[in-house]
Each structure stands twice: as structure tokens, then as C-alpha cells.
Design a protein around this ligand. Structure first.
Ligand code: HEM
Length: 364
């Protein structure tokens, strides 16, 4: 990720966690000087980015491990759900919670997410206090806060694996939260001058961001519907993928999962179509990103970001191929999420650099 950190981040001006905690507790807020409060604000955003990335990866790991990704004998053991157990609503920080599978990862996820929630509350309060001196529109911290509340409620009230829309809300919510925090940090630390990045590049950069988001959505949707068990080969799936009705069913956001009498997800033909859509669109995404990198290459200040973007893009395709060819191991698919996040961060960085700031950032 270091490749996309803006070059002008004044590292020394980030206070330690103590400053961040002060802002959370509201202590010395009135007394703190503008530069100190700005530095605390930046620290909170930076720490939140790290915690969000950890939460995204941990959450993917727990979800995928729980439904048996990569289990043996594959794919018979995969996607066996227990909605009755989910409805009992046992939480990990309870006496019975100790019996839950992947206990350590769940506890880590719970604590990290809680600290993240507090940090984001601090960011929101601090952003409101800045008024017209804010470096980004108020909608950004508001969006960050709203997504955090949404994700907490989603996790608390709907801990289910049998509703694809809820799984998607979780996965996409985490990714968008990460992207918004990263945008906020860059707007905060780097005065946008637009120098060297012509405005005409904004459209192709925006298209890259949209394409990466679509690609993440297709991967998440395929995973949320337990599609990979249907496509053992790289381009071969069970059933008639293009049969009438399949397309509508595969991409219907309200589609429901059917379980057989043993609780296993029924392998409908639409599942193969989801998997293939994700794999084939990946080629389109990678080709577009390669074209964009070539187009942006004459901009010397984008060099680090372009290298990072290329590594993530090529790495993601190779990783996707390796994942399928080696029977979808848990750790490879978890890493697949991390690289998806990397692609997203690189595109957000490019968009930031191609977007003039609406207002001058506060004095440092
Ligand atoms: C730009 C490229 C790509 C991006 C951004 C991307 C992103 C994603 C994401 C976010 C997921 C969801 C993971 C989860 O559920 O936690 C996913 C799943 C998956 N991806 Fe990709 N992916 C890309 C390319 C590929 C390629 C090239 C392949 C294989 C040829 C592939 C194979 C898979 C598989 C097998 C899954 C699991 C889906 C399931 O369970 O049905 N991906 N991808």
C-alpha cells in the first residue's frame, strides 16, 4: 500500500494514538490548536484505514472458512448452512461463543471493528467541527459514518449466510468504507493542484474505479451465492449456463438461496453463470487497467501508483487462476480480497490526483 501513499504526507506530523484517543474522549478539544487537531484528525483517518483493511480481510476469512471454502471432499462439504444455529444469535463474546469455529479470528474481528467504530465517530465529530475549513465535502465523513452504522447493524441483527444480499452488503460496505477513508486522507494531506494530471484523464480514471467496483461486486455475488463449487474447471461449469431464465435469476439482487434437506445449497445452473461472469469480466478489467497504465505513463508523479496498480492487477489475475486451479484454498481466496482492496485504493488515488479540490485545505 505504501506505493499509493501521497508523497507529501508529513509523517512526522501524525500524533500517536494518545492524540487520537483525546479527540475521541472530547478532552482538550476546545483548547487544542488548529494544527494539533488537524494532525489528530489525520491520525484517526490513517489508523482507521489500517483497521478497515484488517476488518475486510478478517471478515472475508471468517465468512469463507465458515462455509467451508477449500474443504475436503470439495465441493461436497462446501456451502452446508445451518440457518437454525444462525437464528440462535450466539455472539462470540459470550460464554457459548467460545465454542464457535474460528474463535480467535472472530474475537480479533470484534475488537478491531469496535475500535474502528470509535475512531470513525471521532473522524465524524472532528469533520463537523472543521466547518468550512474541511478539505473534503461533508458528505464523505457523513458517508463513512453512515456505512459504519449500517455495517454494525447488519452484523448485529442479520448474522446469516443464507441471504446473498446481506453478504454483499457486508463485503461491499467494507470496501466502500475503505475507499472513502482513503479518499478523505488524501484530500486532507495533499493540496490538490491538478499540476501534471490533465482534467481529461478524470473520465478514464473514473471508469477504472467503476470497473473495479463492478468486478468486486461480481466476485462477491458469486461467493455470496456459493457459486464456485459449480465450476471446477477454469471455464467449465455444471449445467446449461445460458438456459432461458438463468441470466435473470443469476443477477437478480433479490434471489434467494435454496437449501436441500441436509442444509446444503442447491446447485442451480444460474450459479455457474455468476462464476463465469466474474472470471471473464476480470479479463476485461485487467485489459482496461493495462490500457490506462499505458495512457498515464507520461505523468511522472503517478509512477508509484501505476506500479502498484499494475502489480495488483496482474497479481489478482494470477491469484484468481491459481485459486481455481488449486481447488479454491481458503488462504488464496482471502488474499484475493486483499488484492481487490489494493486495486480499489490505487484507483481512488488516481481519481484524487485527477480531481481538483473544491476548497483549499486548512492551513497546516
Ligand atoms: C480484477 C480482478 C478481480 C477482482 C477485483 C476480483 C475480486 C473478487 C472478490 C472481491 C471476490 C469475493 C471474495 C469473497 O467472497 O470473499 C472474488 C471471488 C472469487 N474470484 Fe475474483 N477477482 C478478480 C479476478 C478473478 C479471476 C481472474 C479469477 C479466476 C480465473 C477469480 C476467481 C474468483 C473465485 C473462484 C472467487 C470465489 C467466488 C465463489 O465462491 O464463487 N477472480 N473475486
Amino acid at each position: 500500500m505504501c506505493g499509493v501513499i501521497p508523497a507529501s504526507v508529513p509523517v512526522g506530523s501524525f500524533p500517536g494514538p494518545g492524540g487520537a484517543i483525546r479527540i475521541l474522549l472530547g478532552l482538550r478539544l476546545q483548547a487544542s490548536s488548529q494544527p494539533e487537531e488537524s494532525a489528530i484528525y489525520r491520525s484517526l483517518i490513517s489508523l482507521s484505514i489500517v483497521l478497515t483493511l484488517l476488518t475486510v480481510v478478517l471478515s472475508a476469512y471468517i465468512r469463507l472458512a465458515e462455509v467451508g471454502i477449500g474443504c475436503e471432499p470439495w465441493p461436497d462439504c462446501y456451502a452446508r448452512l445451518d440457518p437454525a444455529a444462525e437464528q440462535r444469535g450466539i455472539t462470540v463474546l459470550s460464554e457459548q461463543g467460545r465454542e464457535m469455529a474460528h474463535y480467535g479470528a472472530r474475537v480479533a474481528h470484534r475488537y478491531i471493528a469496535s475500535v474502528l467504530g470509535l475512531f470513525i465517530l471521532g473522524i465524524f465529530i472532528s469533520a463537523l467541527r472543521q466547518g468550512h475549513k474541511r478539505s473534503a465535502s461533508v458528505w464523505v465523513p457523513l458517508g463513512i459514518f453512515a456505512i459504519t452504522v449500517f455495517l454494525s447493524l447488519l452484523g448485529y441483527y442479520t448474522p446469516t449466510r443464507s441471504n446473498p444480499l446481506i453478504t454483499m452488503g457486508n463485503l461491499l460496505g467494507g470496501m466502500v468504507l475503505l475507499a472513502l477513508l482513503w479518499w478523505l486522507l488524501q484530500r486532507e494531506v495533499e493540496a490538490r493542484t491538478g499540476a501534471g494530471v490533465p482534467a481529461r484523464l478524470r473520465l478514464p480514471v473514473t471508469a477504472a474505479l467503476v470497473l473495479v467496483l463492478v468486478q468486486i461486486t461480481l466476485g462477491g455475488w458469486s461467493s455470496a451465492n456459493y457459486a464456485s463449487g459449480n465450476c471446477p474447471g477454469l471455464v467449465s461449469c455444471q449445467g446449461d449456463l445460458l438456459a432461458a431464465g438463468n441470466v435473470g435469476d443469476a443477477f437478480n439482487p433479490q434471489r434467494t438461496i435454496t437449501l436441500d434437506a441436509t442444509g446444503k445449497v442447491v446447485a442451480e445452473d444460474a450459479l455457474g453463470l455468476m462464476s463465469m461472469a466474474h472470471r471473464l469480466t476480470a479479463l476485461l478489467t485487467a485489459a482496461y487497467l493495462a490500457w490506462l497504465v499505458r495512457r498515464l505513463r507520461p505523468q511522472p508523479q503517478l509512477r508509484a501508483t501505476l506500479v502498484f496498480l499494475s502489480v495488483c492487477s496482474i497479481g489478482q489475475i494470477l491469484l484468481g487462476l491459481a485459486t481455481v486451479l488449486s481447488g479454491i484454498p481458503l488462504w488464496l481466496l482471502t488474499l484475493h480480497n486483499a488484492l481487490a482492496a489494493g486495486l480499489l485504493l490505487a484507483c481512488v488515488n488516481l481519481l484524487h490526483r485527477a480531481t481538483p479540490a473544491a476548497a483549499a485545505p486548512p492551513p497546516r
